[in-house]
Write a protein that binds this ligand. Sequence first.
Ligand code: JB2
Length: 208
Amino acid sequence: MEKIVLFGGGGHAKVIIDLINACGSYEIAGIVDAQLAAGVSVSGVTVLGDDRILSELYEKGLINACIAVGSVGDNSKRKALYEKVKHAGFSIPALVHPSAIISGKSQIHEGVQIMAGTIVQTGSLIGENTIVNTGAIVEHDCAVGNHVHICPGATLSGNCLIGEGAFIGAGATVLQGVKIGSNSIVSAGAVVIKDVLDNTTVIGVPAK
Ligand code: JB2
């Protein structure tokens, strides 16, 4: 079985470890973490060191990586780490939980993480390094940009456009055809009924 290295060893990494074990497609070789000491165990996976061992790991033949740092509101850290790891030569495969329902007519790009119980409907595209978190729904013909986080239980209705780096909070709903701008934040539980500009935070029902 091919090996994979996780970058990040916090809460998101625990969910990723479960996902990879459920898929059975990779053996987890270890975790690279900015703060945890080498030798520490996270869900039974050992921390190998920090980002300084990136090239060493690659040279040893560990060529598959997973960005296991999540995000709360700001996806820029995840984006920067993805770009650093990719630049070092690693392959960052899409990971899809076996319980997710993914239309064969959707497109799932590199580094996407699709968690347990999600649905991605026909004609939708999920951009690089985006998280579709536990139980989220992406309805038909949505275009979700790179480095987006769709949080647990959020729903994108059909034909939504989600700009790069946007954050769709837990349980939020985006109505059909609505566009969310790049790096914008939809707060948890919001119901978005009209377009949101770039770099804008909206809250409430209807979201403002
Ligand atoms: O640049 C980095 C880096 N920055 C932070 N490189 C590496 N290799 N690791 C990094 N980290 C590590 O990510 C931190 O040292 C820390 O161990 C981990 C982040 O853990 P935390 O639990 O704080 O956050 P998270 O990103 O795993 O999870 C958040 O986002 C998820 C989507 C949490 O809030 C979760 O509740 C949420 N589900």
